[in-house]
Design a protein around this ligand. Sequence first.
Ligand SMILES: *Cc1c(COP(=O)(O)O)cnc(C)c1O
Length: 429
Amino acid sequence: MTRFRTDRTFAAELDAGDLLASCRTRFHIPRRADGREVIYFCGNSLGLQPRSALGFVEQELKDWARLGVEGHFHAKNPWMPYHEVLTAQTARLVGAKPVEVVVMNTLTVNLHLMLVSFYRPTASRHKIVIEANAFPSDRYAVESQIKFHGLDPASSLLELQPRGGEMMLRTEDIISRIEQEGEAIALVMLGGVNYYNGQAFAMGAIAHAAHAQGCIAGYDLAHAAGNIPLRLHDWNADFAVWCSYKYLNGGPGTLAGCFVHERHAENYKLPRFAGWWGHNKETRFLMKPEFQPIPGAEGWQLSNPPILQLAALRASMEIFDETGMEVLRKKSVLLTGYLEFLLDQLVENSLTIITPRNPDQRGAQLSFRLHRNAREVFTELTARGVICDWREPDIIRVAPVPLYNTFTDVYEFVRVLGEELETGDPPSL
Ligand SMILES: *Cc1c(COP(=O)(O)O)cnc(C)c1O
């Protein structure tokens, strides 16, 4: 356990000892009007651009110019199997077998596709369990699926609330709720890491409890992929979905990921919304009317994918694959622990951290509630070149990410925040 100190030299010492320090130079860091780099703590919202992304995208633009339709087969990276370049890296990233993952569509689309296949309500077993404060898109998706089946969200959507006075859900409470209502639950669908308070759920234990009651277990990993190490295969999740523009730095609105556990790979009885890209590759271009799904996650593909977006995503996935989640996580725990330590030194009663204090129950992000002048403080932070995230009514989310944030970023952030919060007592930094 590192003993942290409050002086600036300590941040410099941590940066000097950071084995990942050189990764930062592989990204474009946005700059303020005066040319200085911003303090960017929004990698949980939109990850920064790898410097190599331009080259990857240019390659495909050039091949399109040079080859037209022939690029499908004769581009330097032929477009026909282009998405497959990402399969092995993606599988390593989320702890899956290659047959279990595919990069396709966008996140909410993938969630709907998974719900079509895995939410099969019956008269007695029809509930979907989500966490209270789930990301709105997830809520809209599950509600609309419940209605699509002619059911009423008032009785079929079960939202897990923390105990009175507590900010996060206890694993034991999640599990006992699943045990109590198990026979009525069709699907347990939690965010791997909650977007609002940054809580990471015990995904393996929850999937186990869900399966013990005969329920399906799915995860939305938008805030988990590229943030915490994942072992989706071993945790036995039935499905998972995630986007690639947050921690994965794939670029605004880029393609999303999808995991379907191997045990469903050849279960063609599952209903699914199909498209030609999910059809057997050998016979796809015979253009026959009968749909033959590709075994595994690829069988859920609909369309031929946007190559330029995939190209940008490759740039970042190479960096993740070279670095490895274990190494990233090690730095991440230290970086976020240091942020937590410094926040705890600020003037008393100026903020409350609402993210779990236990590093095992969180990723990079810390969320905190400001007790006074929250909106004004946030506006000032932005004006001073600190890019973090505001959530109504008084929450600031900050995510120092190990690929490109430094310990000095963290130090500077807390120093600026301290100045803004100052209420007569100067912060001790
Ligand atoms: C970011 C995020 C989304 C966004 O959905 P898109 O389909 O990518 O626009 C959905 N769910 C969660 C949990 C998120 O964090």
